[in-house]
Design a protein around this ligand. Structure first.
Ligand code: GAR
Length: 197
């Protein structure tokens, strides 16, 4: 069985989209894959309750309880790996996980660590992507699924979606339009990756 562990920090709408696609498309039968756990670094993440209501196993690991980024990532790796009998899940999926990861973490999951970022990378890595796209006068915006490498919001691009920027947009309306597309491309990119494993 290919175990998928999803990491979240907040609303968890991408996690829900992935979980619903896994159910609807019978990933267990077709790709021998299942979502083994949803892990949050924030105890108040709304997505935790949503994951539980979908019947998914959840766990939290509060980054504030750790003295350093290295110590937190070390504990996070141990928690993630405890959800796979072989000691390392097939895929670790970052879905609105708002932590910068150490090179040790990224190397540990090299080739099996995916992220979604709300911009058309390589444009606008980092935070406040929609605000920055509007300020730059972009006519199009979007989202990118990519493999995670040590450099923030870089790494091989697996999927992208493009949306128009409308003259009436503010960062919230643009974010909502992009998020709808994220929910479509992330499950697709995960299936493509599962098929290649
Ligand atoms: C999504 O828009 C995702 O692309 C973004 O956070 C949001 C999470 O929403 N991720 C990043 O900005 C990572 N740098 P969700 O919790 O509802 O899936």
């Amino acid at each position: 069985m290919k175990n998928i562990v999803i990491l979240i920090s907040g609303g968890g709408s991408n996690m829900v989209a992935i979980a619903k696609a896994a159910e609807r498309e019978r990933w267990a039968d077709r790709w021998d894959a299942r979502i083994a756990a949803v892990i949050s670094n924030r105890t108040d993440a709304k997505g935790l309750g949503l994951a539980q209501s979908l019947g998914l196993k959840t766990a939290t690991l509060d980054h504030k309880a750790y003295a350093s980024r290295e110590a937190f990532d070390e504990a996070l790796m141990a928690l993630i790996d405890s959800h796979d009998p072989q000691g390392r899940p097939a895929l670790v999926v970052l879905a609105g996980f708002m932590r910068i990861l150490t090179p040790a973490f990224v190397n540990h999951y090299a080739g099996r660590l995916l992220n979604i970022h709300p911009s058309l990378l390589p444009a606008f890595p980092g935070l406040h992507t929609h605000q920055r796209a509007l300020a730059a006068g972009c006519k199009f915006a979007g989202a990118t699924v990519h493999q995670v490498t040590a450099e923030l919001d870089h790494g091989p691009i697996l999927a992208q979606a493009v949306v128009p920027v409308l003259p009436t947009d503010d960062e919230h309306t643009l974010a909502a339009r992009v998020l709808t597309q994220e929910h479509l491309i992330y499950p697709r990119a995960i299936v493509d990756t599962l098929r290649s494993l």
